[in-house]
Design a protein around this ligand. Structure first.
Ligand code: GLU
Length: 374
């Protein structure tokens, strides 16, 4: 790890796995859960926006129904998750409420991230929640997930969420200290790797993690590395650390040497560009006036007032090219409104959107975080 103090991360995704929440037992551990809530409140009060990705629904469901074995039959697991999820949320609600914080539930499947419209919706919802200091608590929508649309494990889900909201930091809390040079249960000389900063995660780290499967959660160390790799490729720093360490979260935020820190290998900007370019290329074109060109060049969003023409048919979440009046391409972005909506609001003030459409999806036709300049 570098000795330079990292800048205080602002948006932090924290992933709590079943083994952390149960403290390695068959039941949710309330002391552990409460202590983690206390730590989250502490870092939130220091100016961080926390987004929680929490497992534990199936564990809570098993507890509620006194279900001794984790079933292999998928509908039975889904049933347990459906029973457990509201219970899990009620524990979070009670604990956060003691600190006067409000919680919210967001259940996602992989298709919510792949579908551009739902991607925008999920992102806007999480943004709206964190702006009001509400803690989003995210889990996989187990009841409707199947192999094709599920993330598979919450490690992967947390990496996608980090990408979705362009988190500064993803913290994967687990029952191990971090990543090791060898499997620490088989080799006493295995050493903790404090920092991964190269472009590739070294093969010995993957190898060492291969056997470290935990019986309680879905993920093992290998899924954590896969998730960490994904997050750092989308511009997010990652820390993998033990959820049992005293004050682990405030210490990570302070930049203490704890667990394994993996540095991002691209900027959020490059990652966003990749995501936007990988999207369905609509033939959509937005022609804008000189004022809008200046605003875009200065890093602003595209507002309806600056649009003078729309070509092509496209939906919210599609990619459109933004052109100057004389036909030069200046930017590409994900649109917040469909082409038919834009036709009704172009040239108007953002405050008039609701009047013309009967609803509003935000002031911007393309938000600055969803566009890049050509
Ligand atoms: N969604 C599952 C649950 O809440 C957990 C999946 C996982 O831990 O990876 O129990």
């Amino acid at each position: 790890m570098t000795d330079a103090q990292p800048k205080q991360p602002r948006k932090i995704v924290i992933k709590l796995g079943t083994s952390t929440l149960t403290d390695g037992t068959e039941h949710l551990s309330f002391p552990r859960l409460f202590d983690l809530v206390r730590q989250i409140v502490q870092i939130q009060s220091q100016g961080c926006q926390v987004i929680l990705v929490s497992s534990g629904a199936i564990a809570a469901g098993r507890e509620a129904l006194d279900f001794p074995e984790l079933p292999k039959f998928i509908p039975a697991k889904q049933m347990l998750s459906a029973v457990g999820q509201p219970r899990l949320m009620s524990y979070y609600d009670q604990f956060f409420r003691m600190f006067k914080l409000v919680v919210s539930q967001v259940l996602l499947t992989r298709s919510d991230i792949i579908d551009r419209q739902r991607y925008l919706n999920a992102r806007n919802t999480i943004d709206a929640l964190t702006t009001l200091n509400i803690i989003p608590i995210i889990n996989e929508n187990d009841a409707v997930s199947n192999d094709e649309i599920r993330f598979g494990d919450n490690d992967a889900l947390s990496a996608y969420v980090a990408n979705l909201i362009e988190a500064d930091l993803l913290v994967l809390l687990t029952d191990q200290e971090g990543l090791f040079s060898d499997d620490p249960r088989r080799n006493k000389d295995a050493i903790l790797i404090p920092l991964v900063d190269g472009p590739e995660i070294p093969p010995e780290i993957w190898y060492a993690a291969g056997g470290a499967k935990s019986k309680l959660g879905t993920g093992g160390m290998a899924t954590k590395i896969t998730a960490a790799d994904l997050a750092r490729r989308s511009g997010t720093e990652v820390v993998i650390a033990s959820g049992r360490k005293q004050d682990v979260l405030p210490r990570i935020i302070k930049g203490d040497r704890i667990g394994t820190r993996l540095l991002p290998i691209v900027s959020h900007l490059e990652s966003r560009k990749r995501y936007i370019l990988a999207g369905k290329r609509s033939k959509g074109i937005l022609q804008v006036d000189a004022g809008a060109v200046n605003a875009l060049l200065a890093g602003g969003s595209l507002l309806p007032v600056g649009i003078v023409g729309v070509d092509g048919k496209f939906e919210r979440g599609d990619t459109a090219v933004i052109k100057t009046g004389d036909g030069r391409d200046i930017a590409v972005g994900l649109v917040n409104y469909s082409s038919s909506d834009i036709k009704q609001i172009l040239g108007r003030k953002s405050s008039e959107i609701e009047q013309y459409l009967g609803y509003t999806l935000g002031d911007e036709v393309v938000h600055r975080s969803n566009l890049f300049l050509l």
